[in-house]
Ligand binder design. Structure first.
Ligand code: GDP
Ligand code: IMO
Ligand code: MG
Length: 436
């Protein structure tokens, strides 16, 4: 990871003899480029071998990131995946919403600041039920309380970790007001106010030694000695609250802007931005999915790819790679390179389709549509590439890949205009080809 951790000398801006303040260390960012589950955990684990600090900046335990090391499978939801490297400091920034019992359970299970309450998760469930009853369809959320807790943050009634630690009496008052508001809105909701407050009180002493002032901590990490800092995006571009397939999205910014707002970090500290792209497309939950294959191909991808949600256990919907989406994600994120994962899943196909354009009413449309009705109506224009019909899982260099697999990778690069830096050919840490 020579690209991160570099300190730059102060440079004079054009026409001025005054030096600019130093930028400090640059962070390397890993982001999902589709609808999630692209293999971000695996890419972060790889980069974390050489990192000092790994950060989460947004989302909560709706994320499910898998890392496989020595045949042991770890799943991370709130903790950054890079924590497997014992030398790495894990940092969970202000943009993340935390369910404290979930955090401790996860830390214990894998052994070795916004705040989600149990009632946020209950409200998520009730809201989904109401959507189903009132509008005939729900959003298909993970029911981790993500929507309700980010809504409370925006409504300025949310509670933060610093509130929990400052004064428990005041915290309890505000907690009760929030709980009463929800009870008013959802009369069937059962909230064990005293029970949850007791549990939270127990967490105060446990969490205290782990809490830092995020802005200062990050500033020191950026401006102290050279450090390799990684940011692990959760969820993905098409689930972004602003740029995703709204309203079938999550409630945070999963694109590059969320890195700055979720860590208290200036944009000039963003260095490499790696987009993680699955070699085909999957989506969990409801919403438009233009390249979805509700047929044998979709079934094959689902089975071979073991496409089952890490957080909810739901089967993931599957379809062809859609480069219209990836180009759109690149416009927002400015990817400096891509990691193309799960190429091995395509090994058995005689031919492979790749979505390259959208048509609506027989007209090619110039942009990825913001409107979901339009997105539902698009007809994907595909290029058909020949398959390679052979096992790629043992390949460890680009040259070892069959020619048609190489062509597939080059096609993605050329079409998106971003180099592919890694190719995934299996679950394990070793099953990754690095191109440069
Ligand atoms: P994340 O949410 O982006 O971290 O991805 P998930 O962990 O939810 O889903 C990705 C799944 O694919 C996990 O089960 C990974 O172990 C697996 N995976 C990642 N990369 C590869 C790959 O290159 N090949 C195969 N076969 N599996 C992979
Ligand atoms: P990772 O980090 C896949 C989807 C949910 C649902 C919608 C809203 O593992 O890639 P929410 O609970 O966030 O309010 O749900 O967003 N979703 C994900 N799908 N991977 C994820 O995370 C997801 N995080 C949220 O399935 O459709
Ligand atoms: Mg996942």
């Amino acid at each position: 990871m020579s690209e991160s951790g570099s300190q730059e000398p102060a440079a004079a801006p054009n026409g001025s003899s005054r030096p600019r303040p130093p930028v400090g260390n640059r962070v390397t960012v890993v982001l999902g480029a589709q609808w999630g589950d692209e293999g971000k955990g695996k890419v972060v684990d790889l980069l974390a071998q050489d990192a000092d600090m790994v950060c989460r900046c947004q989302g909560g335990n709706n994320a499910g990131h898998t890392v496989v090391v020595d045949s042991v499978e770890y799943d991370f939801h709130l903790l950054p995946s890079g924590i497997i490297n014992p030398k790495v400091t894990a940092f969970i920034g202000n943009g993340v919403v935390i369910h404290l019992p979930g955090l401790f359970e996860e830390a214990e299970k894998n052994e070795r600041k916004g705040k989600v309450f149990d009632f946020h998760q209950a409200v998520d469930g009730v809201q989904e039920q109401q959507r189903q009853e009132q509008a005939g369809k729900n959003l298909g959320t993970t029911k981790k309380g993500i929507g309700p807790v980010y809504s409370a943050k925006a409504a300025r009634s949310g509670l933060r970790i610093c509130d929990l630690l400052a004064d428990f009496t005041q915290f309890s008052e505000r907690y009760k007001v929030l709980a009463q508001q929800y009870k008013g809105m959802y009369p069937t909701l059962v909230i064990d106010i005293e029970g949850e407050l007791d549990k939270l009180k127990d967490y105060v002493e446990r969490i205290k030694p782990m809490v830092r002032d995020g802005v200062h901590y990050m500033y020191e990490a950026l401006h102290g000695p050279p450090k390799k800092i990684l940011v692990e995006g959760a969820n993905a571009a098409l689930l972004d609250i602003d740029f995703g397939t709204y309203p079938f999205v999550t409630s945070s910014n999963c694109t590059v802007g969320g890195v700055c707002t979720g860590l208290g970090m200036p944009p000039q500290n963003v260095g490499e931005v790696y987009g993680v792209v699955k070699a085909y497309t999957t989506r969990v939950g409801i919403g438009a999915f233009p390249s979805e294959q509700s047929n044998d191909i979709g079934q094959l991808l689902q089975t071979r790819g073991k496409e089952v949600g890490v957080t909810t256990g739901r089967k993931r919907r599957c379809g062809w790679l859609d480069l219209v989406l990836i180009k759109y994600a690149h416009m927002i994120n400015g990817f400096t390179a891509l990691a193309l994962t799960k190429l091995d899943i395509l090994d058995v196909l005689a031919e492979i389709k790749v979505g390259v354009a959208y048509k609506v009413d027989n007209q090619t449309i110039p942009h990825f549509p913001a409107n979901q009705e339009v997105l539902h109506r698009v007809e994907v224009q595909y290029e058909t590439l020949p398959g390679w019909n052979s096992d790629t899982s043992a390949a460890r260099s680009f040259d070892e890949l069959p020619e048609n697999a190489q062509k597939y990778v080059r096609f993605v690069e050329e079409h998106v205009g971003v180099p592919v830096k890694w190719i995934g050919v299996g679950k394990s840490r070793e099953s990754m080809i690095q191109l440069f």
